[in-house]
Design a protein around this ligand. Structure first.
Ligand code: KG4
Ligand code: ZN
Length: 335
């Protein structure tokens, strides 16, 4: 089965073609990051318009790269949510229109299920069951995954998502958007011993997260240094380092706890923040000691992309699922 995947939930237009026998045939991505950077975050109206402009050319690119015509498609999968409703509607309407004209099945996929299954596109794919840490701009969740669609929420952020915290801290340090990669780059030059930021909710049992206090702590530190006239370049780097250390430490502690609680030995880390190098190093180290193993998507598939939607859609379509005639665009949708 050849499945076209379409992702338009936020600020990346992603398209991919996945073949259930031959794997990923082609994928293409257009990022709107540069456009939104001027505004310090994603502007929903502009995102929808840009998806409209880019989606059809990207579909042509992917089909061209795979030497396929539209008639070679067996099904179409699109991100039905969660996300920005206008942005979602672009992908959803295009998918339904194409599927109807080609008379093939179409299926709306949960964006986070896409992230969750993304490591299965790698050469050493993870097998069920596993624990998944989903860390993106909108979500921070720990999930026990028994099989396709068998997801049990173990814990989640009670306020900001980890990626959102990175983005907000970056804004405070005037690093621009998206903040995660910018903080990570600056943190490399930071002194890890100068500041120690809190590791929220790690001193009590449970698998929930909270990142808003860390945000306040960052702001207070910046203000104090500014008042002292000590907010120089090195201070920026030291704050970035302390912030990154605190987020990474918190995530590692909760992942260890989730593996202990479930008795599972495999951990999937996915979503934009899973691209963070320090997080990967620290998790790999912690898991080796436990004879457990972490699985990540390749860098390109950590952030939003069409390949994860094509893959997740293909799995569900093979299980016989598809949409009825309704176009799905669900801004808030639990996994
Ligand atoms: O999964 P994603 O592309 O979009 C959502 O579904 O939210 O994740 C984007 C988030 C942003 O908050 C971005 O700052 C963060 O992932 N991110 C990172 C890194 N790369 C992206 N955070 C920390 N370190 C990184 N290297
Ligand atoms: Zn995402």
């Amino acid at each position: 089965m050849r499945v076209l995947g379409i992702e338009t939930s936020c600020d990346e237009t992603g398209v991919a073609l996945y073949d259930t026998r031959h794997g990923l045939l082609a994928d293409a991505l257009y990022s709107q990051v540069a456009m939104h950077a001027d505004f310090g975050g994603v502007v929903p109206e502009l995102a929808s318009r840009d998806h409209t402009r880019k989606l059809l050319p990207l579909i042509d690119d992917v089909l061209g790269e795979a030497h396929c015509g539209r008639a070679d498609l067996d099904a179409i999968a699109y991100t039905a949510g969660p996300g920005l409703v206008g942005a979602l509607m672009v992908g959803a309407s295009t998918a339904h229109g194409m599927a109807r004209s080609l008379d093939i099945p179409v299926l709306g996929v949960h964006h986070m299920e896409g992230h969750l299954l993304a490591p299965m596109l790698e050469d050493d794919p993870v097998a069920f069951p596993f624990v998944a840490l989903l860390v993106s701009g909108g979500h921070t969740q720990l999930v026990a995954v028994e099989g396709l669609g068998a997801y049990r929420l173990l814990g989640e952020s009670v306020d900001d998502a980890a990626g959102e915290a990175f983005d907000k801290a970056a804004k405070m340090l005037e690093l621009g958007y998206p903040g995660g990669p910018a903080i990570a780059r600056l943190a490399e030059h930071g002194d890890p011993t100068r500041f120690r930021f809190p590791r929220p909710m790690t001193d009590r049992p449970g698998l929930d997260f909270s990142f808003s206090g860390l945000k306040t702590h960052t702001l207070t530190t910046i203000k104090a240094l500014r008042d002292e006239g000590a907010l120089d370049e090195q201070a920026h780097a030291d704050i970035a380092r302390a912030f990154e250390e605190a987020v990474v430490d918190t995530l590692v502690i909760k992942c260890r706890r989730a593996l202990d609680d479930t008795g599972l030995k495999r951990l999937v880390v996915a979503g934009g923040v899973s691209a963070n190098v320090r997080l990967r190093e620290r998790l790999d180290h912690a898991l080796t000691k436990r004879r457990a193993k972490a699985f990540y998507p390749r860098n390109r598939f950590c952030t939003d992309n069409g390949a994860m939607i094509a893959y997740a859609g293909a799995q569900r379509l093979m299980a016989g699922e598809h949409d009825d005639s309704a176009i799905l665009a669900v801004p808030r949708w639990p996994l």
